[in-house]
Design a protein around this ligand. Structure first.
Ligand code: ADP
Length: 591
């Protein structure tokens, strides 16, 4: 059943290779299982005339042999099912694992293009469906196909003219049956569509009832409803009449097929091609074809659905991934934290630059605040520093080394990000802070202490082993931020990138977060996308970014005094967000 799409599923074959032995053993059991069918058919051929002749000893002998064969066959089936289930499941797990690994390396632009919901669907539903096809193919399709071949081979061996006549008859019967099935399907689809039309009209009618009444349009709506229900009734009636025809027609066609085989059988017996016993064996073998054929057709339908799923999974593979480190990428060594941007230009799409020739030097230990309207390019600058994206022109240097020449992993160990909204993975507090890094409990505690989080963590019923629920629902916004700060400082990064939360915390929470931040920032180079006045006032330097250009820079006092963009921004933005008196004093003291 792999034939219809060699390209799709065949590419999964390498995944089977590590399981060769188990598969081999399983299929050996399959061989025993299917070989027992001709033996059973032969025994049936012995048994039927013996029953007819009332020859009890012969009947008992044949029954005893049949029991022994059945026992062997069922044992083989058990071996087959258990031996093949393992590899089948492992292959689908491996497929899912590979896709997830790919997902983790996906380029961010590709990730944004594929929605989270869509990706989740692909990695759960689609992967499940493909897994089922793999499972069915290994464990059911292959044995069924083998059974079909063995039993057909045996029928040909018994009497090839009769077998050939049966083989010619079978497709005709199958064709007639499936043609009829298709008509029923079409009618069922049409009637399904009528139901949704009816539901749509009902939805409109219920929502628009006041309007309809206000216009006294009830008779008009009733008429529309009557037309729809009438169409619905007709479509249903058509489906039901077709179904009513289907059973007798299909039954008749099948009966015709079997009767035809009987007649041909009689002709063959008359011609001396086979005896009554052989014919009984033949008919038994014929019955043994029903099972594999029905399995193969069901599996074929699943296979076709699985192919669509496989295509959707494969599409992930064609998405671009993060480029690997350049060959010979350099190791960072001890990081001082000096950052230089040298004529950096960058755009997400060709011909649409987002950053224009930025020049910037930040000394180790400096704190630089980035301000500017949304869309100015602040987050984009962060993404360049983390090498999520690479500058199309110019260079970004860390301690004099071009980021593009460094190992991404090391670079990201030296630069820690505290995002605006911390993504939370469920797990314990200690796990959230360690975030996959091999950290001792003492290191986790030290990080939490620095982030001003240790007091609240230790007050929790299970301390560092307390669980964080999905999306951090059992923690406050301020607590989650402090955990995110602890996570950032755990690796003792030389550089901190902070994206301040815009959603307001209450004054007390803000004070505790600020204290955590102050401690975390000490002795590090810090770039912060600033939304709070307190942050920009503290900064050594403020960069005002607009449309991808630095339009002003200096400290708070100087920029306020200059009365330019920054002062505009402060008056428009910070006043709304932080209606505190501090803003008034520097502003009013400006000339
Ligand atoms: P800021 O952080 O200052 O609000 P951003 O760096 O997020 O600004 O965005 C700068 C510009 O780049 C905006 O015009 C934004 O639409 C665009 N942009 C940001 N991220 C992407 C992306 N992943 N793909 C395409 N365009 C983006």
């Amino acid at each position: 059943m792999l034939a219809p799409s060699p390209a799709g599923f065949r590419r999964l074959l390498p995944l089977l290779r590590p399981h060769r032995r188990r598969l081999g053993a399983g299929w050996l059991c399959t061989l025993v299982f299917v070989s027992s069918f001709p033996v059973l058919a032969w025994l049936a051929g012995q048994l039927i005339p013996a029953i007819g002749a009332g020859d009890i000893p012969r009947v008992l002998r044949a029954v005893a042999s049949a029991l022994a064969v059945f026992l062997l066959q069922k044992l083989a089936q058990f071996g087959q099912d258990t031996l093949l289930a393992g590899p089948a499941l492992q292959v689908s797990q491996e497929l899912r694992r590979q896709l997830f690994a790919r997902l983790q390396r996906l380029d961010f632009s590709a990730l944004e293009k594929l929605s989270a919901g869509d990706l989740t669907y692909r990695l759960t539903e689609d992967a499940d469906r493909v897994g089922e096809v793999i499972y069915e193919t290994i464990q059911d399709t292959t044995p069924s196909a083998l059974q079909l071949v063995v039993v057909l081979g045996y029928m040909l061996f018994l009497d090839w003219p009769l077998a050939l006549a049966t083989l010619l008859l079978a497709p005709i019967v199958a064709l007639l049956v499936s043609a009829f099935g298709a008509r029923v399907m079409n009618a069922a689809e049409r009637s399904q569509k009528q139901v949704s039309d009816l539901a749509a009209l009902l939805g409109e009618a219920i929502g628009g009832l006041p309007l309809v009444r206000a216009y006294a349009a009830e008779p008009w709506l009733q008429q529309r409803f009557d037309i729809e229900t009438d169409l619905h009734r007709r479509a249903r009636y058509r489906t039901m009449t077709l179904l009513a025809q289907q059973h007798p027609v299909v039954g008749f066609i099948e009966a015709f097929g079997i009767l035809a085989v009987l007649v041909i059988g009689a002709v063959r017996i008359q011609a001396g091609g086979l005896d009554a016993q052989g014919f009984a064996t033949f008919m038994t073998a014929l019955l043994m074809l029903i099972d594999p054929i029905s399995h193969l057709t069901t599996n074929f339908n699943d296979f076709q659905q699985g192919q669509a799923s496989l295509r959707r999974l494969r599409a992930i593979e064609s998405e671009p991934v993060e480029p690997p480190d350049r060959p010979g990428a350099r190791s960072l060594g001890q990081v001082q934290g000096r950052l230089v941007l040298d004529g950096v230009s960058f755009g997400y799409a060709a011909g649409q630059p987002v950053l224009h020739g930025l020049d910037l030097e930040i000394e180790p230990g400096q704190m630089v605040a980035l301000v500017g309207p949304s869309g100015a390019g602040k987050s984009t600058l962060f993404s360049l520093l983390l090498r999520f994206n690479t500058a199309q022109q110019g260079r970004v240097l860390l301690d004099g080394q071009d980021l593009a020449e460094l190992q991404a992993r090391e670079l990201r160990q030296a630069i820690a990000l505290v995002p605006q909204q911390s993504s939370v993975f469920s797990g314990t507090v200690a796990e959230m802070i360690a975030f996959g890094r091999p950290a001792s409990r003492d290191q986790v505690k030290a990080a939490a202490y620095l982030a001003n989080a240790s007091a609240f963590i230790e007050a929790l019923p299970h301390g560092y082993d307390s669980r964080i629920e999905e999306r951090g629902n059992n923690f406050s916004g301020g607590q989650l931020q402090r955990l995110a700060i602890a996570r950032a400082v755990l690796g003792n990064p030389a550089i901190l990138l902070l994206d301040e939360a815009t959603s307001a915390l209450d004054a007390e929470a803000e004070a505790t977060v600020q204290q955590g931040l102050d401690q975390a920032m000490a002795g590090r180079t810090v770039l912060v996308i600033a939304h709070r006045l307190s942050t920009v006032q503290e900064a050594d330097r403020i960069l005002v970014l607009e449309a991808g250009r630095i339009v002003e820079q200096g400290n708070h006092g100087a920029l306020m005094a200059a009365g330019g963009r920054y002062r505009d921004l402060c008056e428009r933005q910070f006043i709304q967000m932080e209606p505190r008196t501090e803003l008034v004093s520097p502003a009013s003291s400006a000339p």
